[in-house]
Design a protein around this ligand. Structure first.
Ligand code: BES
Ligand code: MN
Ligand code: ZN
Length: 503
């Protein structure tokens, strides 16, 4: 992890900001560039855009070297196309900002100045725009470099970003940037955990990191070790972890606001530090990126680490089910039966359908806690969800439409792609076992849904629950502007926005 980029706000127009690269906006269909720039600079850059027939196509950029004759304070200006004004969304803005910063960084710029997109100049509120700007900068320039012995060509130069506040009060801009920084650093924290190799990021190591988070914030942390898991009856997490030299851990986090909690919710995360498939071994290709299988638990830890700073009026219990799924003489076998904490038994038909076994214990445990009013689990659960929604979107399922809608709304605010999937009751029969209460596999089709139905077996009836399958977006092999390849921190910002907007 490289040092974070410093983002600060400055009164007035872009013309007053000194930086290596100044960024200005151009909407498609407008005559001129826009933003609080200062008239002479606006005129100059509008002329440059016109001369180059740059018409503001979305995401396109035009670089202009300032001759310095007219007192330009930036050495270069990057004109950034925002597309047609009425088509700009918050997430598109985040994308373009991320892209522009990546480009400025590639140009070797250490400092960048950007005007705040003002309300009135765009369909976005200036607060939301300030949040998205900070997120675009910090998410787009994230790199995971700790294992490179040589600084790479793509090394980061960018150190600071100045936001020209224009007509918006400095305090407001600073507070918006602050929220964007908290959300982005929580996301980047989760990305670091997921990008770390599985040989390093064992259940025990995750527990140590969670304890550090507890020491730095007012989040209470409890780590439950195998002996205690046994006495609690957590046969799922123990069974999945029994083939590994790195024994499982259940990590419990508790956040409470200063005062006035309106609700108590639980966030649960699948934390498979590596998923080889177990005895139902994956193919070589299938396990190449399976260090990402703890992304759900990383999202829970990342989001909860941000809560004390934001102080949302909700009590949150976090549960991270950490285990490593390995083939071994001591591993669970296909055909073995495990007993979950709530007393239900599962016939393990495929040891690679392990995440649901761990989550079954977490759901039972959260459901047994005093006062928990709803629970949300996040898991890299099925390849089927990736087949359904592709590499950028998570599937959302649940037993409570209000909760599912709240999550979809939070995801929308956060700029994360989430899409509902149904839990058709008819498919439950595919989970019937000959010898136990349920089995952990179903038929070939509808795998994301049958996995959701399996989880539902362990939800206390009447308790609102939602499941977010993040198998697609948690880890990528391709850059999508500010969403870079490698770990994405999927789910972190949705959980934060959900907490902030709870009724
Ligand atoms: N961790 C995998 C799912 C996964 C696949 C996550 C690709 C991210 C990218 C999960 O444990 C798994 O192996 N699921 C199986 C379930 C099947 C055996 C019923 C799957 O999806 O194939
Ligand atoms: Mn698996
Ligand atoms: Zn898995």
């Amino acid at each position: 992890m490289s040092a974070p980029i410093r983002i600060s706000a400055q009164k007035g127009e872009l013309a007053g900001c000194e930086a290596d690269v100044g960024i200005v906006y151009r909407f498609r269909g407008d005559e001129d560039v826009c933003g609080p720039l200062g008239a002479p600079l606006a005129k100059r850059l509008s002329g440059v855009a016109r001369a180059d027939h740059f018409d503001g196509d979305a995401g396109r950029t035009l670089l202009w070297h300032a001759p310095g004759r007219e007192g330009e304070r930036c050495g270069r200006y990057l004109i950034l196309g925002l597309g047609p004004r009425n088509e700009l969304t918050l997430d598109r803005y985040r994308h373009y900002i991320g892209e522009a910063c990546i480009q400025a960084d590639r140009l070797g710029a250490a400092s960048v100045a950007i005007p705040l997109l003002e309300a009135g100049a765009a369909p976005l509120g200036s607060r939301e725009a300030g949040v998205a700007l900070a997120e675009g900068v910090l998410l787009g320039t994230y790199r995971f470099e700790r294992y490179r012995s040589q600084p790479e060509a793509g090394r980061r130069h960018l150190r600071s970003v100045t936001v020209a506040a224009g007509s918006v009060a400095l305090r407001e801009v600073e507070s918006a940037i602050g929220l964007g920084e908290v959300c982005a650093s929580a996301t980047n924290f989760a990305r670091d955990l997921v990008n770390e190799p599985a040989g390093v990021m064992t259940p025990e190591r995750m527990a140590a990191i969670a304890r550090d988070v507890g020491a730095e914030t007012r989040i209470a942390v409890r780590v439950i070790e195998p002996d205690e898991l046994r006495s609690m009856g957590m046969g799922g997490i123990l069974g999945v972890g029994q083939g590994s030299r790195n024994p499982p851990r259940l990590i419990q986090l508790n956040y409470a606001p200063d005062e006035g909690a309106r609700k108590k919710v639980a966030f649960l995360g699948k934390g498979l530090t590596f998923d080889s498939g177990g005895l139902s071994l994956k193919s070589a290709e299938g396990m190449e990126t399976m260090k990402c299988d703890m992304a759900g638990s990383a999202a829970v830890l990342g989001a909860m680490r941000a809560l004390p700073e934001l102080n949302p009026p909700v009590e949150v219990v976090g549960l991270m089910g950490m285990a490593e799924n390995m083939p071994d003489g001591g591993a669970i076998r296909p055909g073995d039966v495990l007993k979950i904490m709530n007393g239900k038994t599962v016939e393990v038909r495929n040891t690679d359908a392990e995440g649901r076994l761990v989550l079954a214990d977490l759901l039972s445990y959260a459901g047994s806690m005093d006062g928990v009013e709803s629970m949300i689990d996040l898991a890299t659960l099925t390849g089927a969800c990736m087949v359904a929604l592709g590499p950028l979107a998570s599937g959302v399922m649940g037993n409570d439409q209000v909760l599912v809608d709240d999550i979809l709304r939070a995801a929308d605010r956060a700029g994360e792609k989430m899409w509902p999937l149904p839990l058709y009751r008819e498919y439950r029969e595919h989970l019937k076992s000959e010898i136990a209460d349920v089995k952990n596999t179903a038929i070939r089709y509808g795998g994301a849904i049958t996995a959701g139905l399996f989880l539902q077996e362990f939800v206390r009836p009447g308790l609102p629950w939602a499941h977010i399958d993040i198998a697609g977006p948690s880890f990528g092999d391709k850059d999508y502007s500010y969403i870079r390849r490698g770990a994405s921190g999927a789910g972190v910002r949705t959980l934060i926005h959900y907490s902030l907007n709870i009724e």
